[in-house]
Design a protein around this ligand. Structure first.
Ligand SMILES: *Cc1c(COP(=O)(O)O)cnc(C)c1O
Length: 410
């Protein structure tokens, strides 16, 4: 039979038929209940259920972040709430400490520079957890307490490294440094177990389009009393980003500082019902089980050939996103084949090599956040197995079986 040079059988692409699967680390798959809740005519924004539903979101969002404190909602993506959080507690000329385990930490630091702050970055590279000793050293060296906040990314979505944020709090306490502890939970809230109050996190930011399963467009900033006090001591705060009226609105429009994101409110209500209906701890456990199945498959593929998990120690891996190394150009070849032939979309490698550099094509990522179950993950893994065969890349045999054992609980 005729074969193309890459070993790919000439065949009719099968994408576009059946249901496509977007397995990227956000935006994530949306539950039908979320889509159905949003499919409605424009609602009244002056009175009626929209006002009550909005008020009902706040305690249920706080339950996801595990905080008894405050929540401000923004019409914004993750970058928006990065800036929102910073604008409330960091003044121009102040310093933020950025212990970085991937591209997103650098991005948050750049956002701080954009509002006139200085970002002191400690770069831990792309594969390793933070060295808390180096964080302690940087804080200890700051005898004048110029560092106003430590910006910790809980799960860096580029590398899939998960940081033990409770250790950052311990380091701050041991050094006796008064900086606020701020955490980016955009990739991972509602996926990886996270405890804002118990871990002593002062500010948490997240978006709605990953673990919260709503189309992009809403962001959330959670903050405690320490952060509130820091906000009150600011010389000025941008009127739009100010979290105080949003978290404590006297009028409905103050939640949003303008028109409400009407349909997102309905979508988020449905999503929070799903999360709390399942139970947050069950949600975490499901993500862990599915992540372990993915890692088991990847470990088998890695036994023969270039595919490799980016993070060696499972302790330091997210349960929401998995970053892989496969060597250029195989990452792009695999993604393209799956996209065009199976309707399966995998995430691009992000921040692992500069765009334009041929090495950029040697990475890919899997999103497994939010509305995912065993058959979707088995389908994704079976799809990748198919793609590895199609592009004729060596790989260990039995990966899908290894994942099946984990999901079967064997
Ligand atoms: C997705 C993500 C962001 C950026 O969110 P946008 O909505 O794309 O602006 C920031 N940080 C982390 C950890 C993320 O996963």
């Amino acid at each position: 039979m005729l074969r193309l040079s890459g070993g790919v059988m000439p065949q009719q692409p099968m994408a576009g038929f059946g249901r496509d699967y977007l397995a990227i680390p956000g935006p994530s798959v949306m539950p039908d209940a979320v889509l159905q809740a949003m499919h409605r005519p424009a609602p009244n924004i002056y009175s009626g259920e929209l006002i009550d539903i909005t008020a009902s979101l706040i305690p249920d969002l706080c339950r996801v972040a595990r905080t008894k404190h405050h929540c401000a909602i923004y019409i914004a993506n993750g970058h928006g709430v990065w800036e929102a959080a910073l604008s409330n507690v960091v003044a121009p000329g102040e310093t933020v400490l950025v212990p970085a385990t991937g591209r997103f930490a650098h991005g948050w630091g750049e956002m701080a520079q954009g509002i006139g702050a200085e970002a002191q970055v400690i770069d831990f590279g792309l594969r390793d957890p933070m060295d808390m000793g180096r964080v302690a050293e940087a804080l200890r060296a700051d005898t004048g307490h110029k560092i106003k906040a430590v910006l910790g990314v809980f799960v860096d979505t580029s590398t899939s490294i998960k940081t033990d944020v409770s250790l950052l709090r311990k380091v701050l306490d041991e050094v006796g440094h008064p900086a606020l502890l701020m955490a980016d939970c955009i990739a991972s809230l509602g996926c990886d177990a996270f405890e804002m109050d118990e871990w002593g996190v002062d500010v948490v930011v997240t978006g709605c389009q990953k673990g919260l399963m709503v189309p992009p467009g809403m962001g959330f900033v959670f903050f405690n009393e320490r952060a509130s006090a820091a906000r009150a001591a600011m010389p000025r705060v941008s009127r739009y980003w100010d979290w105080a009226p949003r978290a404590n609105p006297e009028e409905f429009y103050q939640y949003w500082n303008g028109t409400a994101p009407t349909h997102h409110i309905y979508g988020l209500r449905a999503a929070l019902d799903i999360i709390h209906g399942e139970g947050l701890e069950n949600v975490w456990a499901r993500h862990e089980r599915l992540a372990r199945a993915i890692w088991a498959a990847c470990d088998v593929w890695a036994q023969n050939g270039p595919l490799e998990l980016n993070v060696a120690d499972p302790q330091n891996r997210s349960h929401a996103v998995t970053s892989l190394r496969i060597g250029a150009p195989h990452g792009t070849a695999l993604r393209d084949w799956l996209q065009h032939n199976l309707g399966l979309t995998l995430g691009i490698g992000l921040g692992m090599a500069p765009p334009g550099d041929p090495a950029w094509h040697g990475f890919f990522r899997l999103g497994h956040m939010g509305h995912v179950n065993g058959q979707m993950i088995m389908g994704m893994l079976g799809g990748i197995e198919t793609g590895l065969r199609a592009i004729v890349l060596p790989h260990g045999d039995g990966a899908v079986e290894a994942a099946a054992d984990i999901i079967a609980g064997r």
